[in-house]
Design a protein around this ligand. Structure first.
Ligand SMILES: *Cc1c(COP(=O)(O)O)cnc(C)c1O
Length: 362
């Protein structure tokens, strides 16, 4: 079986180093808000090129806290791609804000900037872009619109750690950015973990306090905050894995390029790429009619695939108030999309096998 993602294999490459770092945490006996958190956040900020990085408990919290720290709430609208993972939208509704769903470009599955302006109203406060599947969103166009209407821009970087857009890494392309280190992401912890990056020192201080019971200094609570922190063990593990992120992303890119040049079956639509370095291939998606039949064929040939995602947010029972809405491009993507195995531990033989099996599909 060619696995979609073999996490044990991915993480075991760093076992000796990680064991040592976990041992150091145990020896120290300090589990929250200590040296490991400080070290990782410093390294991750340097990696992204931002002034600040705050470790939080997960990606959803990172997104939610960014919106909250800006003071956006009831009645405020935030532009967001209609085909994102539901967490991006939940961060908006959790703050009482209204998500203004915008259709993507079907070739890249990223937000279509030409459709943003018509979604802007006097109540619009921000544009939340998602670097979906690992590819940086068209930030230049987004920023131009944001400047024109004086909107904030936020990034959901949960799938795109390390992607570079016009010489800058994602996480450093907006007012504030959210990362997830969920185990399956390109930079994954051994449990839940997340981060916020920003160049805005005031905002950094505010999210830092909000994530720590609203406390700006010990036993002093400035806000009605929450508890959302990155623990020492996860920070230590992430600090080890961060050193290998670029090499791992390069291998993902190599596999993606192999798929893009070797998969020639006319029934399979390959993804479009703006520019090599903008994409870190969190997932490699293709589109095809009769997708479920295609998935069954791959399974029968020993290739595990996943669907990102089978149901768009506006069709989820949680958003039954949107059930009558229609986002045809989003729906078309969810109906036809399928993700092929891609990971830094796939062998060349496995990659070739995937392409061969797909080319023999009729
Ligand atoms: C994974 C993911 C999230 C949520 O991150 P968690 O750490 O699981 O809360 C948010 N947005 C996108 C696009 C994601 O892929």
């Amino acid at each position: 079986m060619i696995y979609f993602l073999d996490l044990a294999k991915i993480n075991n490459r760093f076992r000796v180093e990680i064991d040592a770092r976990i041992g150091a945490v145990l020896d120290r006996g300090w589990y929250l808000q200590g040296k490991e958190n400080e070290k990782f956040c410093k390294h991750f900020a340097e990696y992204c090129g931002t002034k600040h990085c705050l470790g939080v408990a997960n990606g959803l919290d990172a997104l939610t806290l960014i919106i909250r720290a800006h003071g956006f709430g009831a009645g405020d609208e935030i532009i967001v791609p209609a085909n994102t993972y539901i967490a991006t939208i939940l961060a908006i509704t959790e703050n009482g804000c209204i998500p203004a769903l915008v259709e993507p470009d079907i070739q890249t599955c990223n937000i279509n900037p030409d459709r943003i302006e018509s979604a802007i109203t006097p109540r619009t406060k921000a544009i939340m872009v998602v670097h979906l599947y690992g590819q940086a969103a068209p930030m230049e166009e987004v920023r131009r619109i944001a400047e024109k209407y004086r909107l904030k821009v936020f990034e959901d970087c949960a799938q795109a750690h390390g992607a570079v857009y016009e010489g800058k890494r994602v996480g450093n392309l907006s007012d504030a950015a959210a990362f997830s280190f969920y185990p399956g992401k390109n930079l994954g912890a051994f449990g839940d973990a997340g981060a916020i990056t920003t160049n805005d020192t005031e905002l950094y201080e505010k999210v830092k306090a909000l994530a720590n019971y609203g406390s700006d200094y010990k036993y002093h609570n400035l806000y009605k905050g929450v508890n959302s922190r990155l623990d020492e063990l996860q920070a230590a593990i992430l600090d080890v894995k961060l050193k290998y992120l670029d090499t791992d992303n390069a291998r993902r890119r190599e596999i993606a390029n192999y798929y893009r040049t070797s998969i020639t079956n006319p029934r399979i639509i390959l993804p479009e790429v703006y520019d090599e370095e903008t994409h870190v291939w969190h997932v490699f998606t293709v589109r095809t009619e009769q997708r479920d039949y295609f998935q069954k064929y791959l399974t029968e040939h020993g290739i595990q695939t996943l669907i990102h995602y089978p149901t768009p947010p506006h069709k989820q029972p949680a958003f039954s108030e949107w059930a009558e809405r229609s986002y045809p491009i989003t729906e078309e993507i969810h109906r036809t999309i399928i993700s092929l195995p891609i990971s830094p531990v796939m062998t060349q033989h496995e990659v070739e096998q995937v392409a061969d099996v797909i080319n023999s599909y009729q």
